[in-house]
Design a protein around this ligand. Structure first.
Ligand SMILES: [Zn+2]
Length: 487
């Protein structure tokens, strides 16, 4: 019987966000709860279980931890040490293990360790030695460092943004573990850092689409197991920010390095095209009104990317809400405003009641836009629980906390008590708000919303208002990033 340690420890750190990922912020599962909690989801561990399901008599998957938190400021030392020491203690006290299978993000900065995954992988490698495969999943927004690449046997990121293929990436990672333990392949991973700060950039757009196609072509070469482009996450503001390429071959380290470097150089050479032109608040509303004036039924969706909770923002900014009200726009749904106090006011008032609120803008006067004073009627009150219906994390559960829907001056506003990226139509449907019946939908999401809202909208307009998660690095003040040239 071969034994594989299974653990998940994820975070996407935004060092511009002042709120840390502490014990309270983290969902923490231990032991068998890791598998129990994943039932019915598309989490990585389900892909791991699926891969080894038929081979139960030959492999034992030993779940240790699954720690996950919404993107935010750095992971606190106590959370980080609890997660890593639980994994390391299991390896030393309950070993030996034949493999280590990890569910990671790859852009984690802890308070005391900016390269969170690199340091963790180094500690694990130090315990298991060089011959035990350490294989992990990544999000393509990983700031993958050389230390990460050198201490893992194989790292597999999803390759689409919106991340419609995370489950496939997890299946691929588990399959590589199986084939490695069966002696069928000997993964060798090549790494190339591309020290360019990529804005949040959909993979359906050029030149990323062609670069991804090149990676797939390389994978067709004999002996090549995986070639993937990582986008990096500049909001993490660590020294080694940037894109990277990971190429994995069967037994040929030199070729893996060569492929990674060749594709890395191609990315570097077209970096001048890897830029985003984004709307400001009024330009986005102008364009939406222009498109609506052309007629047709489907709504226009505007992405308020800078306040995307999924990139470490708070979800309370009011820049769009304020201008929608001031301009007298109607038929607009805002999904959503994170404001626990206003949500509670609506619950106290009850469905059908008139409320007067100072809505949103509570987190940071410099960024949030301040509260908007408005009167409205409470339309619905819900527990804020939903499962995604779109192709990003389909079926995965999400919780916005106690959630109120109000109607104000002809517009619909969803008010949540927890911060949650509204990238999936289910976040509206669970409150009784029908996306197709809106003229304009304003979502606090950067790119993921395109998967779920694309098919039901006439246009998607990406905007950059003030916020903690501005979707492009231009003009930002980095404290820790060390710009370097391509090597
Ligand atoms: Zn991502």
């Amino acid at each position: 019987m071969k034994r594989i340690l299974v653990a998940g420890f994820k975070h996407e750190t935004n060092r511009f966000c002042p709120h840390p990922a502490d014990m309270k912020a983290y969902g923490k599962r231990f032991g068998e709860d890791v598998f129990r909690r994943a039932v019915g989801t598309k989490l990585d561990v389900v892909a791991f279980l699926e891969t080894f399901h038929e081979l139960k008599s030959e492999y034992e998957l030993v779940p240790v931890i699954d720690f996950d938190a919404t993107p935010s400021g750095p992971v606190t030392r106590d959370v980080y040490e609890l997660a890593v020491s639980t994994i390391c203690n299991t390896l030393t006290e309950n070993g030996p293990f034949d493999g280590v299978l990890l569910s990671l993000h790859g852009a984690m900065a802890a308070e005391h360790e900016p390269d969170g995954e690199g340091a963790m992988l180094e500690r694990i490698r130090g315990i298991v030695g060089k011959d035990v495969p350490i294989i992990g999943t990544l999000d393509l927004h990983t700031n993958c460092t050389r230390r990460m690449a050198e201490n893992a046997t194989a790292l597999i990121a999803c390759r689409e943004y919106p991340h419609t293929d995370s489950y496939q990436a997890a299946l691929r990672a588990a399959q590589l573990m199986r084939e490695t333990l069966e002696g069928k392949v000997h993964p060798r991973m090549g790494y190339c850092r591309v020290p360019y700060l990529l804005p949040l950039f959909p993979t359906e757009m050029e030149p990323l689409r062609s670069l991804n196609a090149k990676a797939r072509e390389m994978e067709k070469e004999p002996g090549v197991l995986s070639v993937r482009i990582n986008h990096g996450f500049f909001l993490a503001d660590i020294a080694d920010l940037g894109m990277s390429v990971l190429a994995i071959t069967d037994g040929d380290a030199e070729k893996a390095d060569r492929l990674a470097k060749a594709l890395g150089k191609e990315i570097w050479d077209v970096r001048g095209e890897l830029v985003r032109d984004l709307y400001d608040v009024d330009a986005a509303l102008d364009e939406a009104e222009r498109l609506l004036a052309e007629g047709g039924d489907l709504p226009v969706v505007i992405a308020d990317a800078s306040d995307n909770v999924g990139s470490g923002a708070i979800g309370d900014t009011t820049h769009f809400l304020r201008r929608v009200m001031e301009r007298g726009i109607t038929g607009c749904a805002i999904s959503n405003i994170h404001d626990p106090a206003s949500s509670e006011r609506c619950f106290e008032a009850g469905v059908g009641a008139e409320v007067e609120l100072d809505l949103g803008g509570w987190s940071d006067p410099a960024f949030s836009g301040g509260p908007v004073h408005l009167k409205g009627r409470v339309r619905a009150l819900t527990d804020g629980f939903f499962r995604n219906v779109g192709s990003v994390d389909k079926g995965n559960p999400h919780n916005m906390g106690r959630t109120a829907v109000i109607e104000s001056a002809g517009n619909t506003i969803i008010i949540t008590s927890k911060g949650r990226q509204a990238h999936d139509p289910a976040s509206m449907l669970c409150c009784g708000v029908i996306p197709s019946q809106q003229r304009i939908i304003i979502v606090k999401s950067a790119v993921h919303y395109r998967a779920g809202f694309g098919p039901i909208s006439r246009a998607m307009l990406d905007a950059a208002a003030p916020g903690y998660a501005v979707p492009k690095p231009d003009g930002m003040h980095f404290v820790n990033w060390r710009p370097v040239d391509f090597e």
